[in-house]
Design a protein around this ligand. Structure first.
Ligand SMILES: [Mn+2]
Length: 329
């Protein structure tokens, strides 16, 4: 075994082999990314897409609402090929970073074989083949293991995509689930041609003015509870209209509040259709994934989310606060 490829002993490597054999047998592959797409799901899909394209494997990358894909990922090769149109025919599905089938945003034909590549603790192994490793900080790391185990050649474009997924979902290597294997992977991806400086510039240094117009508005409604250990913020439809910012351009505000020394838990509310979408972060022992689960959401111990069927921000804040206090007891 190569030094840059260390799996934890819980990893079921037979799923790597089974998945590759399904890919080799397939005629057309549908790659599914999750609703409210993040860098991890898009990067995994594009890492696969570049590999498939280079190897003449027919496929499509699907997202249920393409206008919600963060635009700062548009430098990834084949980004412009992502579609919200389902192909007429596909005989294999690969879902990436989807903790459940609900995250697809549509109902999938049960008869089509499915490879489930993910790292969410809440994943219920809904695939025919499940490559799920809850110890990894990103699905991109799980996918990297799939590539390496099967000896698949990682080209520059696939390396850049995997790097971005690992970087973003590990919150720039600050997640608790980052370990020495994370850095070994990064080292290998840089060797494959991914330039960290170029990637950082494309990923982090192309913000719009609208982003800096909307962030102060959101910060102005910051509320602190329990001596500042819990924080809440929200974004209104009005803010978005006044500034022209996209919802995904507001995400950094969550980390800004989370970076405050006194804050141990933060949650961020914004409208999504008739619902309120809530994102959580926690840095203490509190398992914020459990709070999200109460509202039928999911995620990880220190980062999670859910959708609440209400458009009343104040009322929803109170309901969530109550559950955070309960869970923290
Ligand atoms: Mn992820």
């Amino acid at each position: 075994m190569k030094k840059d490829f260390i799996l934890n002993n819980k990893t079921d490597t037979s799923s790597f082999v089974k998945a590759l054999s399904l890919i080799e047998k397939s005629r057309y592959i549908l790659i599914i990314t999750h609703v409210n797409p993040d860098a991890d799901t898009i990067s995994c899909a594009l890492a696969l897409s570049n590999y498939f394209f280079e190897n003449k494997i027919k496929h499509k990358v699907f997202n249920v609402s393409c206008n919600t894909i963060p635009a700062n990922l548009n430098f990834l090769s084949r980004f412009d090929k992502i579609t919200d149109q389902l192909p007429k025919f596909y005989d294999l599905v690969i879902s990436v970073d989807c903790g459940s089938k609900k995250r697809f945003g549509f109902t999938l034909d049960e008869n089509i074989p499915l490879i489930n590549i993910d790292h969410h603790k809440s994943n219920d192994n809904f695939g025919l083949v499940n490559i799920v490793d809850i110890n990894k900080a990103s699905s991109a790391e799980v996918l990297y293991d799939f590539f390496k185990f099967n000896g698949l050649y990682i080209t520059k474009q696939t390396a850049i995509a995997l790097y971005v997924g690992i970087y973003e979902d590990s919150l720039a290597f600050t997640s608790l689930r980052c370990d020495e294997t994370t850095y070994e992977k990064i080292n290998f991806l840089v060797k494959c041609g991914c330039d960290p400086s170029y990637t950082a510039q494309k990923l982090k240094q192309r913000d719009s003015l609208a982003k800096y117009r909307i962030i102060p508005k959101i910060l102005s409604n910051l509320e602190l509870y329990d001596e500042g250990s819990i924080a809440s913020i929200y974004c209104t439809q009005e803010y978005l209209e006044q500034t022209g910012a996209n919802s995904y351009e507001t995400e950094d505000v969550l980390d800004m509040i989370f970076n405050m020394a006194i804050v141990k838990v933060v949650f961020y509310l914004r409208h999504q259709g008739d619902n309120l979408r809530v994102s959580f972060r926690s840095k203490e022992d509190i398992d914020i994934g459990k709070v999200a689960e109460i509202f039928d959401g999911g995620g990880h111990k220190h980062s999670a989310g859910c959708l609440i069927n209400s458009s009343d921000i104040e009322q929803t804040k109170q309901i969530i606060l109550k559950e955070i206090f309960e869970t923290r007891k």
